[in-house]
Structures are given as structure tokens and as C-alpha cells.
Design a protein around this ligand. Structure first.
Ligand code: MF3
Ligand code: CO
Ligand code: CO
Length: 283
């Protein structure tokens, strides 16, 4: 996700929101599929003892095997191919040689550039079994993402997406991270518009209407939801964002396109592995 630029998040957009052609949906489908396929293949690898560096290495090789470049690698000095964000890490966790532990929850965020187009998606994984409150946070976060997706159609606005996510998540007694947002993408990784995951307000306290959604807009929706309070801080490595209260945080991300009638999700799981409850047998 991109860092929220306060001037842009609350002011008038200066940039242009690109409207892609019908033909541009095809390479986005391929890039999105590749990201989703990688997340599917990572699913059985997420077990106690595996290191996030091993998951990163798999994703790098997967990209190479498909003539795709992992967009994070070298992006603003990031030195890995994926982000792995464990427990109270909100986003942008850096893969390392520490083994995952039973009970951890981890977000894996992949972005591949295929034939010049970006597919960006993330999911939560559970290492072994997690406490019920962690499972609930993951379920709430997935549902929040899908409510945001369901708000996408021509004539709605970017603010409708954030409002749908916020009202659901806060109704579940969770909080929405304010410091990072979804983003336009396509041939660029992070472009206009910013997709906030809450309803922004203008300077005089009114609801910010946001930008109208139009067919051909491509962007991500990627809410970060905390069990505790919303504030985050970035660790001295310059990347790893954590909850200030050290409460658990979860995130899911899809890349989507606005169609004539609604929305197309580019990063749907080929195997239906949308969230942990789809691939973990219920006790
Ligand atoms: N994939 C992240 C996003 O959703 C961005 C990661 S940038 C990195 O936008 F440099 F941290 F990898
Ligand atoms: Co993103
Ligand atoms: Co991402």
C-alpha cells in the first residue's frame, strides 16, 4: 500500500486517475492471476518452522519461472520480493530467517509485474492454530475487504469504499488503520487514486465525497484492521509498521477494475483459497 499523503488524502487530487481501455483488462487479469496463484501455492508452505525468507525465495523463483518481476524487490530500497507481516505487524514486514511459530498469523503480500502490468494481492495465513480472537480478526478483515469491493461500481465514489469498510470493521469492535491506503495501479505500482479504508472528512468536518468511480479505473483495496487501537509506528528499519498498542493486525488485498456495471476482481484465488477458513479444517 502507499503511504497516505496527507495533502492528497484530504485535499483536491492534483493527479489524473487513469481510465484504462477494455483491452487493458486482459493483461491485468494475467498479472492478477499470477499474484493469486503465488498466494495459493504459498498456502501449504506456511507451517511452524518455515522462515519468511524461504517464502520470499519461493516467490522470487515463482516470478522468474513465469517471466514476471516481483515489484517490491528494489522498490524504494526494499530488498525482498514480498512483504510478510506477522501478528502485530500491520504491513511491510521484511522477510528474514526467523522461523514462523505455531499460533502466528501472517499476511503475505505479493506484487508481480507481468508484461508491464501489476498484480497486487495479499492474504492472511494461520501457522498451525491461532487463538479464536485472531481467527475472528482475520474473518472480520476479509469481510471488510469484500464489503469494500462490493461498493465499487460506476457512479459510486472512492469514499463509499472506505465507508463500507469502516462501518463494518468498527461495528465488529475493530479499528481501521489510517496511515496506509489502497492505490491505483496498472502499468504503475502506486498511482492515483488513493483508496482510503475509512470515510475521510473535509477540513470543515463534512464527509469528503472522494472521487467518482468510472469504468476502466484499476486500483487496490487493502484494509488493515486492528483488534486494538488504530495508531501505528514504523520501526527503525524504515519499513516494518506495527500497532502502537501491539495488538494483532490483519490485512487482505485485491486488485480490481471498475467495469460498466460494477467491479472485476483480478486477484481471485484460482483454488478458492480466499481466507484461512477455506483451507483449514474446522475443529
Ligand atoms: N504490495 C504492497 C502494496 O500493497 C507494497 C509493498 S512495497 C514494498 O502496495 F516495498 F514494501 F514491498
Ligand atoms: Co497494494
Ligand atoms: Co500489496
Amino acid at each position: 500500500m502507499s503511504f497516505v499523503d496527507a495533502a492528497q488524502a484530504h485535499g483536491r487530487k492534483t493527479g489524473q486517475i487513469k481510465l484504462h481501455s477494455a483491452a487493458d483488462f486482459e493483461p491485468m487479469r494475467r498479472a492478477g492471476w499470477l499474484a493469486a496463484e503465488a498466494l495459493d501455492l504459498l498456502t501449504p508452505m506456511v507451517k511452524p518452522g518455515v522462515t519468511t525468507a524461504e517464502l520470499d525465495q519461493f516467490a522470487f523463483q515463482f516470478g522468474m519461472d513465469h517471466r514476471a518481476y516481483p515489484a517490491p524487490l528494489g522498490y524504494r530500497g526494499f530488498r525482498k520480493s514480498i512483504c510478510t507481516s506477522i501478528n502485530h505487524v500491520v504491513c511491510h514486514g521484511i522477510p528474514d530467517n526467523k522461523p514462523l511459530r505455531h499460533g502466528d498469523i501472517v499476511n503475505i503480500d505479493v506484487t508481480f509485474i507481468l508484461d508491464g502490468w501489476h498484480g497486487d494481492s495479499s492474504r492472511m495465513y494461520i501457522v498451525g492454530e491461532a487463538p479464536r480472537r485472531a481467527e475472528r480478526l482475520i474473518e472480520v478483515t476479509y469481510e471488510a475487504l469484500m464489503r469494500g469491493v462490493a461498493a465499487v461500481k460506476p457512479g459510486a465514489t472512492t469514499s463509499d469504499i472506505g465507508a463500507a469498510i469502516q462501518s463494518f470493521a468498527e461495528g465488529e469492535r475493530c479499528s481501521v488503520v489510517r496511515d496506509f491506503c489502497g492505490h491505483g495501479l496498472g502499468q504503475l505500482f502506486h498511482d492515483e487514486p488513493n483508496i482510503l479504508h475509512y470515510q475521510p472528512t473535509t477540513q470543515n468536518g463534512k464527509k469528503d465525497p472522494g472521487a467518482p468511480l468510472k469504468p476502466g479505473m484499476f486500483f487496490t483495496i487493502e484494509p488493515m484492521i486492528n483488534l486494538g487501537r488504530a495508531p501505528v509506528k514504523v520501526l527503525p528499519d524504515g519499513w516494518t509498521a506495527v500497532t502502537r498498542d501491539r495488538s494483532l493486525s490483519a490485512q487482505f488485498e485485491h486488485s480490481v477494475g471498475v467495469t460498466e456495471t460494477g467491479v472485476e476482481i483480478f486477484t481471485l484465488s484460482p483454488r478458492g483459497l480466499h481466507q484461512p477458513s477455506d483451507y483449514r479444517p474446522q475443529a
